[in-house]
Design a protein around this ligand. Structure first.
Ligand SMILES: [Zn+2]
Length: 190
């Protein structure tokens, strides 16, 4: 969802028409973090699409007349929009709840970075952690849609933990221990 009257800027462009606390600046900061080394290239591309609600979820495919039914495979009750899939699907909400998040009713992927940080998580690389979780939700959805797997919070949590270990070497050396805190956040909620 685009902020009313606002322009979209590539992450390297300065925003010249609004305050430093506006949604555009927030999105720029988030994307700048996502485009940095800790996130693998395919995840950077996912982030770029996600904050613009352009991921190839079912409601977007329905708009392009590629599919005829946009029902979410994870809950089988609601339409699979970006916000639904990543934040508001009962499956996603339970996942975030397990990690200590409370998802507000008006939360949107266009402002994913505004999710309130659980106290146990470090502030450093918090946006990277959020993106890791959203990326794993997206991949889990793919396993359900394309491989016929059953939605499983345990499998999702385990994949988050494995991914966090893979991303460890991408963080600056002094920050690499943060991924252990991330893994603890996954382990403590299994
Ligand atoms: Zn759903």
């Amino acid at each position: 969802m685009q902020t009313s009257g606002a322009r979209r800027y590539p992450p390297s462009w300065p925003c010249v028409s609004c305050s430093a606390t506006c949604a555009i600046h927030g999105r720029l900061r988030f994307l700048q973090v996502c485009m940095a080394k800790p996130c693998p290239p395919r995840v950077r591309f996912f982030a770029w699409l996600l904050v613009q609600e352009k991921i190839q979820c079912k409601t977007n495919l329905l708009l392009k007349n590629i599919i005829e039914d946009a029902t979410c495979n994870l809950c089988t009750t609601e339409m699979e929009s970006p916000d639904h899939l990543i934040l508001h699907c009962p499956f996603a909400k339970r996942f975030w709840l397990q990690l200590g998040f409370c998802i507000p009713a008006n939360a949107s992927v266009t402002q994913l970075w505004q999710l309130r940080k659980p106290a146990a998580l470090p502030q450093a690389h918090y946006s990277t952690y959020l993106l890791l979780c959203a990326w794993q939700l997206w991949k889990h959805r793919h396993d359900v849609v394309f491989r016929g797997e059953t939605p499983s919070h345990l499998r999702l949590i385990l994949s988050c933990k494995a991914e966090a270990r893979l991303w460890r070497c991408r963080l600056p050396h002094d920050d690499q221990a943060i991924t252990e805190t991330w893994c603890n956040s996954f382990c403590s909620n299994m």
